[in-house]
Design a protein around this ligand. Structure first.
Ligand code: HAM
Length: 433
């Protein structure tokens, strides 16, 4: 097995790397629990069909880790949580009181080219509400998405949160006279805007216009969207620059979202209306959003989500309203690096006491000792609460000098000596290092 490295696009998390990941998970979990969301776990493996139907060409096919199991079934490693949690909730959706507020922190696999911010295995927070179609539930999900970034203490210009609506885009397409069968390729083109320079944009627009016989109205609209710097404009300003928005109903829902979010001064500096955010996944059908680090070195999204009321159809439920988001660990880690947001004492979680095995003693003398009331009392005298204490028991016999040197090198806070003499007199000798 010599020379076998980790599988491309996967990573081991040990020590400092693990501490960073744990800090992220703890922060996410704290926010979700604070807002009353329940944690869940879904299986690692699903029938491949689950993703093929609605996750889009990328996730549902090109990026899917799929194989035939020993029983001849077509299965896939989960690339996302949304289809699985929708399936799980659909089993009791009709009978149970709604809404369901749920979250998970799990790993996923996608066959992508490993690059900055993109790995084949990554960890993702998913937060969703099922059974509530009111715009206030979209607002709640967006506010929790914001809270999961704000909890890391970012500064005002460090990230932007872009909001749009698939409904709005579809109503605009209709108003522009676009053929329904062309909605998807046009949305896919808009989804690529961020990656295209102006020449690429022009070339792709020309070929799209020819292939789909797009009207001048539609190409003008696309050119306008491509040309605007949405991060410089307020909601109202965008609507005044793209007048077709004011002509369709869906703009009112979006307006409500901005009215609520802009009234909270913690959220207001970060939220923007950006109609080029349409999301790559097929199942979205309402409000959609993504957040980005403003640092150019961290270009991929910090998080993304939206409403997907029709995904429940896959499981035989006509109206199963749902809205949520997913947020990965890698772009967030880069964000925390860029803006210097990691806590200083990340690896140090609590007070540590080293308990060396002294000559003439048995291992069981120490397991009995650390369970005893005398041990708790001796620590209390040092001002240390037992709950926050890490007891590092030695794994080889040591002399006192050797133990002191070892403990100092490791940066432990205390050392406890319990040798034959202490055992005879019933004393415990604790030293602060
Ligand atoms: P997504 O946009 O595919 O949405 O992923 C959401 C987030 O997961 C991304 O913004 C990114 O932070 C992270 N992510 C995705 N793929 C990778 C990768 N290959 N490497 C590293 N990080 C990655 C979804 O997955 C939807 N299911 C989210 C959702 C939940 N929508 C509603 N509820």
């Amino acid at each position: 097995m010599q020379g076998i490295g980790a599988y491309p696009g996967t990573r081991d998390f040990l020590f400092k790397d693990y501490a960073r990941l744990e800090y992220i998970f703890n922060t996410w979990r704290r926010v979700c629990k604070k807002f009353g969301y329940d944690e869940y776990i879904i299986p690692l493996l699903e029938f491949a069909e689950l993703y093929k139907a609605k996750s889009g060409d990328e996730l549902g096919s090109k990026q899917l880790y799929e194989f035939i199991d020993k029983g001849g079934r077509e299965v896939a490693i989960r690339p996302e949580a949304t289809p699985s949690i929708t399936r799980a909730i659909s089993r009791f959706y009709k009978q149970a009181p709604k809404p369901f507020r749920v979250f998970s922190i799990l790993n996923f696999m996608r066959y992508e080219r490993p690059q900055s911010g993109r790995m084949r295995e990554f960890w993702q927070l998913n937060v969703d509400i099922f059974g509530e179609d009111n715009v206030l539930s979209d607002i709640q999900i967006i506010s929790i998405a914001l809270e999961t970034i704000l909890a890391f203490g970012p500064s005002q210009n460090s990230f932007r949160f872009y909001i749009n609506s698939r409904n709005l885009m579809e109503q605009v397409f209709k108003a522009l006279g676009l053929d329904f069968s062309h909605y998807k390729p046009v949305l896919q083109f808009i989804d690529r805007f961020g990656k295209l320079d102006s020449n690429e944009f022009k070339n792709q627009l020309v070929s799209l216009r020819q292939n789909l016989s797009l009207s001048k109205n539609t190409t003008d609209f696309l050119e306008k969207l491509y040309s605007i710097s949405f991060e410089k404009l307020s909601f109202k300003e965008v609507v005044s620059q793209v007048p077709v928005f004011a002509k369709v109903d869906a703009i009112f829902e979006l307006q409500q979202v901005f009215v609520h979010l802009s009234k909270d001064s913690a959220y207001a500096p970060f939220v923007y209306f950006n109609p080029t955010i349409v999301r790559g996944l097929d199942y979205y059908d309402g409000i959609v959003f993504e957040a980005f680090d403003t640092s150019p070195s961290n270009r991929r999204a910090l998080l993304g989500g939206g409403r997907y009321n029709t995904l429940g159809h896959l499981f035989g439920i006509d109206s199963m309203s749902a809205v949520g988001f997913g947020k990965g660990n890698y772009t967030l880690e880069a964000f925390l690096d860029n803006w210097n947001l990691w806590p200083k004492d990340l690896e140090k979680s609590g007070v540590t006491i080293f308990v060396p095995i002294l000559k003439g003693m048995k291992y069981s003398d120490y397991t009995v000792l650390v369970r005893s009331n005398e041990f708790t009392k001796a620590l209390e005298k040092q001002g240390v609460a037992i709950d926050s204490l890490h007891v590092v028991l030695g794994t080889k016999e040591m002399g006192v000098t050797q133990a002191l040197r070892f403990a100092a090198k490791r940066g432990y806070d205390f050392i406890l000596f319990y040798g034959t003499e202490e055992a005879t007199h019933g004393t415990i000798n604790i030293k602060k290092l």
